[in-house]
Design a protein around this ligand. Sequence first.
Ligand SMILES: Nc1ncnc2c1ncn2[C@@H]1O[C@H](COP(=O)(O)OP(=O)(O)O)[C@@H](O)[C@H]1O
Ligand SMILES: [Mg+2]
Length: 456
Amino acid sequence: MSDPAVDVVELLVTAHRYTEDRGLDPDDLPPRYRRVFWTESTEDESSPGTVQRPLHVTEADAKTATGVERPWEAVSDLLFTQREEFSGEISLTQSGMAVEWLLDRVDDDRLRSNPVLAKIADESDEAFEATYEEASDENRPIRADRVWIDALLDEYFDEEEDAEMLDLVTVRAPEEIEMTLKDLVLTDDQEGEIRKLMKAIEHREYLANIGLREIGKLLFVGPPGTGKTTAARALAHELGLPFVEVKLSMVTSQYLGETAKNVEKTFEVAKRLAPCILFIDEFDSVAKTRRSDEHAALKRAVNTLLKSIDDISLVRDEVLLISATNHPDQLDAAAWRRFDEIVNFPKPDREMRADILRVITRQMEIAEFDPDVVADRTEGLTGSDLRLVLREAVLEALTDDRMAITQEDIMDAVSDFEERDNLKNMDMIEGEGAEVPEVAGDGGGEHDHDGHDHSH
Ligand SMILES: Nc1ncnc2c1ncn2[C@@H]1O[C@H](COP(=O)(O)OP(=O)(O)O)[C@@H](O)[C@H]1O
Ligand SMILES: [Mg+2]
């Protein structure tokens, strides 16, 4: 990415080849080019849009696609480029010469990031390791691009009430997910489940053929802050799938009369965006209402939800369903039965806490940092708590105008955290927690206050 001339010529060569070669489709274009040349479709019902031929590359397009500030200047010296003054279009006068010039200057990594270029290299005499197959496998499909997702949503939600529905559902493109599996410290059990799931998705046709259709409905169970939401999102990133996120408490509380319909809509959105991940957070919030609330609309909503879960299928609809709950005790048998894998998200043990601390602090400089000592002192804290502790340490240091922190800052922040934790605990006892004893242990606070001795 360093040489601007190579970057721009790569784009021109790719655009030229894409225009000429009908055997290539938008999935062969790197996402960074694709989003520039995307057009929403007007007539084709089956697709929200595409990358239409011929591809004309204007200077502005080239700048967006490559990040090169002055694209024409970067290539104007080359013998095989031209610019049309009026439209600002840059193109190749001699594509053969351009290809030769380019292949002399690219490496396998670059080929792997651009299937069109890899195909050109495959056909050339140059000896590269990277192949078109490899590049296409690695390239994210167009269905995972934000532009594709937006176009689909636009098409699907035109009326006002549908726009309201979109308030309940957040759709993320995999490219927008910041924390990946690498940023998460997982238990062996969690890692095993995730590996199993990835294999199952890869071989879903085989599984369907041999009659194994009960895959793709997961329930993540564990206290708040143990990485359930992050893991689900990271999975979307890893698999290159759009991530449709619903907070069930929103769906059930906001538009009471509409709840059943909203639940159905949520599943419809997921089916429209498929293949995708549908993530239902706070899954217990229906279970609760199911028990205590006699409201007919809510009952209908719960039944709709359970039925929707039954009806959706990874094999048929290409929707992977992940639900998460902080309160497994509030789920009844009818709800449990719907899931074919339960993944436990426990509070991290000492070793995991130390690993989480290492991950969180990867980009920080910390004098005398000893994650094991911090881990010893933070029994009962979750990954999310540890993040808060580190943030406090950094902010405290900033108030002293220090841009670096020390082990001592972290230990101080741990003490502060414990103190605040205790205050919150007292709050719980005198406040609303006291009125609803059944949720006092696990309802309002971020942490489990029972059974842990924070002092050492
Ligand atoms: N196992 C973990 N490894 C690394 N970071 C973690 C872990 N668990 C939690 N965190 C941190 O805590 C934050 C909140 O976690 P989150 O996924 O929202 O938890 P949950 O959904 O279980 O309440 C995450 O963004 C992450 O930074
Ligand atoms: Mg969460």
